[in-house]
Design a protein around this ligand. Sequence first.
Ligand SMILES: O=C(O)CCC(=O)C(=O)O
Ligand SMILES: [Fe+2]
Length: 317
Amino acid sequence: MTQKQTDQSIELTRLSHNVGAKIEGLRLGGDLDPDTVDRIRTELALHKVLIIRGQQHLTDEDQYAFASLLGTPTLAHPTVVSHGRDNLILEGAANAWHTDVSFVDRVPKISVLRAVELPGYGGATEWANTVAAYERLPEPLRDLADALWAVHTNDYDYASAKQPEAPDVTDSSGFSYAEFTRVRFETEHPLVHVHPATGERSLLLGQFVSRISGLRDDESRDLIRLFQARILSPDNTVRWHWEEGDVAIWDNLATQHYGVADFGDQRRKNHRVTLAGPVPTSVSGQRSRIITGDASAYSVIDDSGRLANYPGNLAVA
Ligand SMILES: O=C(O)CCC(=O)C(=O)O
Ligand SMILES: [Fe+2]
């Protein structure tokens, strides 16, 4: 019944110069042949975000089986257990710029998100390329970024959740603050890490950052704002308006993303499978450091190295 894919059938169209491509003519599932899986890996390394159209046939199990061809799935979430064990069920929109689960030491390398229920209007997702943002920095800022470290935590400034009269509000993706923070994680990551698959340097920031190590609070905030503004430059982002059957795959070590909460009180539901990633490494070869929390039950560490056929690596190989 299943039909094997060859990568000849893939039709890829870039969505912008700096980030994103859409792919047609592919049928995702756990039975994709290794050449096609390799092609997906390579295109993901190049474009950072892939939108695969026409996947109406996928069940949660198929999505999980497909994702497993690209790596080792994590549990749905380190702390949120009420929204699925394998596929994370996201209702609403994650409307803050972030890299998924950057508060643990082992940052997931890839997320695979499937549109399950779409609103009649609104509800796009945006992505920003954190490699391109780094590469476009003027040299003095690159040098500064290379030397900085930042603390990421799940107990971040959670949408006014810390008001004493509302200790367990839910955020716009439907997670309760109490559950999200039931185990506290705090990790110190380099502001610039070396991407294990491509060797590219990438800025690692986003919603879960609480401070830059060694600086005063005001200095920390100013620098976070400066680098985050570079990442979020419209030239460096892409916005995707979901259609039924769309699956998005993003390189979580080279992007941030944002779910646009502009669909009023309509329902919007996505299912996500996340793949284990490495403990990030700084440009001088130092690895991220745990301050609080053990994420070993959430995810293995996937330290797999360079992509053999990544075009950007040809000069290095
Ligand atoms: O709501 C969205 O579009 C983004 C969801 C998200 O952040 C995620 O699936 O990791
Ligand atoms: Fe996310």
